[in-house]
Design a protein around this ligand. Structure first.
Ligand code: AVJ
Length: 324
């Protein structure tokens, strides 16, 4: 499995100190020392990285967030009908819970479980959700669905809806995506379902602009991963010496993000280091753009049966409902 895919384990900052931390360290340094150096995209999201991602979602070029929101509004009634009322909504990577609020209201959901690595931020968001929807039993769970999730014991096992918006599934290579989807299906067994957002293939110029915006926010987001890695492993990357690169790779239908050394770089960390030649790259992210039929094939491989989907007029994005 390429090191670039977010590993199916907790990122460093969520690990307790000690041995796990050492494992994280070597996970990062092993990837940096591989012939093709890489950093997993899960390390984008420190505090600054999360803020930069929020800013990305508001960029004119980054159509994903607003296209998904418009789709969910436009087809809200049909989606609610397909999903059914009175659901237990479980959202991995819930973050601000903004998307969950509209959905839970429409579905008259009974329960909401937000799951996120950064539990502190999530607590606040879930508290706001509770205030907005007083009938909803809303909980915050710190953790990562990819690491095998443990839900509070009083969360009903029936009528669950796993909600995974935002096209985050695109960060995973197809075999890993299937493994993650299968875990979501296991979570929703017993009459449950998945509601997931995916970004679709579209003209290359549109895709590349979305990942290399004119204001340079995505470039700052990409370079910030080096500052985060510095704080995690004690390395001395100079983010200003690395250039943001984002391009569509049509062979595997994905956007790739890399950081390219502006000049020769000597990077050191406790116990090791690496020299990079001018122009050498560190691969930081893949963002797959599966055609809808290819994605439903992944869902079938993960064991999901019937699927129903909604797409915007331009065919840029889809929301898919799949029964577990
Ligand atoms: C959060 C994974 C959906 O791939 O579009 C945005 C992350 N990277 N700009 C995406 C991201 C660069 C985003 N996901």
């Amino acid at each position: 499995m390429p090191a670039i895919a977010p590993s199916l384990a907790l990122p460093c900052q969520a690990q307790p100190a000690g041995q796990a931390r050492a494992e994280c360290r070597s996970e990062i340094t092993d990837a940096l020392l591989a012939p093709q150096a890489s950093i997993s995209p899960k390390y984008f999201y420190d505090r600054r990285g999360s803020e930069l991602f929020e800013a990305i979602t508001r960029l004119p070029e980054y159509y994903l967030t607003r296209t998904e929101r418009a789709l969910m509004r436009r087809h809200g009634r049909a989606i609610a009908e397909a999903v059914g009322a009175g659901r237990v909504v479980i959202e991995p990577g819930a973050g601000s819970c903004d998307k969950a609020r509209d959905l839970c209201r429409r579905l008259a959901a009974t329960h909401f479980v937000g799951v996120d690595i950064s539990a502190d931020y999530l607590q606040g968001a879930v508290a706001r959700l509770r205030a907005a929807l007083p009938g909803l039993d809303a909980r915050a769970v710190g953790g990562d669905i990819t690491a095998g999730l443990r839900l509070p014991p009083d969360i009903p096992g029936q009528r669950r809806l796993v909600f995974y918006p935002g096209s985050s599934i695109g960060n995973f290579d197809p075999p890993q995506a299937v493994a993650l989807l299968a875990q979501m299906r296991a979570l929703a067994q017993g009459g449950g379902a998945l509601l997931i957002g995916i970004d679709l293939p579209k003209p290359r110029a549109v895709l590349e602009a979305a990942y290399d915006d004119a204001a340079g926010v995505t470039a700052a987001f990409n370079r910030n991963v080096l500052a985060h890695v510095n704080s995690l492993i004690g390395s001395d990357f100079d983010p200003r010496q690395w250039r943001h690169r984002a391009f569509f790779n049509p062979v595997v239908s994905r956007i790739e993000m890399h950081l390219e050394a502006l000049g020769p770089q000597r990077v050191r960390w406790p116990g090791g280091g690496r020299d990079f030649a001018a122009g050498e790259r560190i691969h930081t992210e893949n963002s797959y753009k599966h055609p809808l039929p290819a994605f439903t094939a992944l869902l079938r491989q993960a064991g999901f049966a019937s699927t129903q989907s909604w797409t915007d007029a331009r065919g840029w994005y889809a929301v898919v409902h799949a029964r577990a």
